[in-house]
Design a protein around this ligand. Sequence first.
Ligand SMILES: Cc1ncc(COP(=O)(O)O)c(C=O)c1O
Length: 390
Amino acid sequence: MSFDLLRGANLDELHQRTSAKWRFYDPDVIPAWIAEMDYPLAPAIAETLHAAVDRSDTGYRWVGELPEALACFAADTWGWRLDPAQVIVLPDVLTCMAQAITHFSRPGDGVVINTPVYPPFFTTVRDIAQRTLVEVPLLRTELGRYDYDVASMEEAFARKDVTVYLLCSPHNPTGSVPSHETLMAIADAAQRHGVSVIADEIHAPLTHPGVTHTPFLSIAPGGLSAISLISASKAWNIAGLKCAQIVAADEEVLSKLQTSIPLEVTYGTGHFGVLASIAAYRDSVPWLDEVRALIASNSELLREMLARQLPEVGFAPPSASYLAWLDFGAYELGDDPAAYFAERAKVGLSPGPSFGELGLKCARLNFGTAPQILGEIVNRVAMSIDGASN
Ligand SMILES: Cc1ncc(COP(=O)(O)O)c(C=O)c1O
């Protein structure tokens, strides 16, 4: 390892952080909920930010070379040749999503999502954009993995009111990475039914070693109205710096979006976010590779510990990112096991029901931490369940 990803990996030091992850729960709770990682910043990002502070470079954002840096990263990582001229920079992926839904549809239109899914998908579609949610649940395979139900999506796309599909690839919370063939089938169905596709690919840089992510726009047929939403925020842990990117499928989508996004929304982007994102895409891929290896080994550690200590928990190791979707249905913990664990195990997980009805009796665990902290989390959870302690 060339980066000391475990520097400062103890709870006393981590509790000195003041971000949402560390302040939401009382200090006796180990937080493993919101998608922040515990590793020290990539050195190139830290140096960029220190240098910006030193020159008091704290003004409004200037997009500068970010589109080119993203394009180089996408070409090197996924072989996807995106046009930097088709990149729009906004504060965060959820802002991009709300803007895009508003642009691609009208109030009351149906927006398809694959449940269980990241909770803001529900609120952004329903409460912010005032559209109708159309849920097409993921299918659970024999191995407990989650897969896309293309036939049911085709049916949903055929509905007259459905105009937008919100793809989450890789998928949060299940960690599924849809195959090339699945994405081709979805793109084809969307085009035949005139459905616009918004592909949230925020977790794409975090595929585990050996797993291939297919960028949606790299396989989308010409003329399909589609965009990809990308950000360095999850993979390099810079969510608080506020910078995300929309990549438009073509010039028509780009120019329409550009005219519909208010100027003040574009200026919500953080200048530090832009600088850090450039440093991430351009100079911090070796760091990311080590993080990907560490989270894959944490995923294996989690699998082993669960098999030993909590064999009835449903868990299919994710193919990307550091979020584990855990089904506690076999234990009598009520509909929201996260509430039980916050109280009884002093571990803060994300409540499963907030990911939709399929999340009842489930919880999401963030394992983007040190192996020893993950071990402590699982020990606490196991010991809090009667008769399931080690
Ligand atoms: C799938 C997905 N989309 C969007 C977001 C939010 O991203 P942002 O902070 O850029 O809005 C997250 C955060 O965890 C996420 O997991």
